[in-house]
Design a protein around this ligand. Structure first.
Ligand code: T46
Length: 139
């Protein structure tokens, strides 16, 4: 499983830094929704789902957190700690977020509106769907 990290250009001067997010430019889709996660309590793990179609880019605008990615075969962990890096979360990737720093603000850009029917929240169902998806793509 490849993890795609998107380097986001930093515009710096003597006042500090600025990062711009632009759909279809440094963000590889049209942005329909932005949400952010903050004030996460110690020891909390969130996520525990995959999406059927929604594409997302996660950015820590402050602090750090870790992501667990699972494509049904391989698992990977990655830490986000740089506001100038975007983490691409593609459909059919089971993901969990953990080890949030106290100051973490995790911002997520999505290519579609919130729709609970796009979530696969049961891990067994995720594994079955990944297998079906792969079989249909190899035919
Ligand atoms: C994801 C990871 C990275 C809404 O009403 N609108 C929204 O746009 C979102 C994202 C959530 N909600 C509601 C649904 C739940 O009642 O907010 C509540 C918490 O959502 P959830 O338990 O899905 O949060 P996480 O942190 O487990 O997952 C979230 C996103 O939902 C998900 O798409 O990829 O962050």
């Amino acid at each position: 499983m490849d993890i795609t990290l998107l380097p986001l250009q930093k515009h710096g001067d003597e006042r500090g830094l600025l990062v711009a997010l632009e759909e279809e430019r440094n963000i590889p889709f049209s942005i329909k929704r932005i949400y952010y996660i903050f004030d996460t309590l110690h020891g909390i793990r969130r996520g525990f789902h995959a999406h059927k179609a929604t594409r997302q880019v996660a950015i820590v605008s402050r602090g750090s957190c870790k992501f667990h990615f699972d494509d049904g075969i391989n698992k990977k962990e990655i830490e986000l700690n740089d506001p100038a890096i975007g983490l691409l979360i593609e459909p059919y990737i089971w993901h969990e977020m953990y080890d949030f720093s106290d100051d973490c603000i995790l911002m997520v850009l999505a290519n579609d509106y919130y729709d609970e029917s796009d979530y696969i929240r049961n891990y067994q169902e995720f594994l079955e769907r990944v297998e079906c998806n792969e079989n249909s793509q190899t035919k």
